[in-house]
Design a protein around this ligand. Sequence first.
Ligand SMILES: [Zn+2]
Length: 283
Amino acid sequence: MPIYRISPNFNSHGADIVFQSSDSLRFHVHAKNLEVSAGAFPPIPPKSENIKGLIVADGECVSLSEPEAVLEVLFAFMYPQRHPDLEDLPFELVSAIAEAAEKYEVYPAMNVCRRRMRDFISTNPVEVCLYGARHSYDNVVTCTAQYAIFVPLKTVVPLLPARLVVPWIDYLNSWVVARDRVLRFSWNQHHYSNGLHSAYVQNNSSCSSWRVHPEDIIRKSAITSDDPAGIRFLVDVDKTFQQKTEIERECCRKAWIAWHNIAKGEIEKMPSFVEMIKVNTRM
Ligand SMILES: [Zn+2]
């Protein structure tokens, strides 16, 4: 009994090469389709001709590292038929298909995958940004950069096309400057924060409650190996500030809202990644 299965969609006896997925599904594929639709599969010569290329003996197959769910879609893009619709597929599968399309240069799939990956900008911005960086899709990088800026440089820089490295570092610097400006208001001097809280304390009264509130932001802005610039808390600044709900005293509550607005203002006035690219291109 064979320990493999054969794809019902790719089981033609006329096919001249057999691929096997990482989970043991075999695909009988016509070499001429690979030639036309994919740039990075090894050339497969007709058996009658003595040309260098991928030679597979009868009964043998080429093992690929992708699972059947990915290869079913990928090979379907190589045939002259209606191409697969990726609309209902989850991010993990679309992402795996997109990477395989790039790896094997399956041209008809590459554009479709790129468009579909952009649909996940709101749910998986970091992954989409790194995908854009890996494959030099500048427009994907530029519209996701603000969500991925906290990712360590040692992860991002090797993936970026050379022309985007300096703009990325400049862009990161502008986030670091914004971080410093926002955290300035967490300084605890005499239980108020650089005038921010004391401005809301009524005359002749005192409030020592404020000092506990900035601790929340200080904790979220901590420098970690996943967030080496300590800027992740600013990426979704509304979420960061709105997570805190129980502020009892009015002076503290108003100071918190004022601080939130200051942080929002810092993010809003920051140049975008696209502007950073333009500035560096002009130099
Ligand atoms: Zn207060």
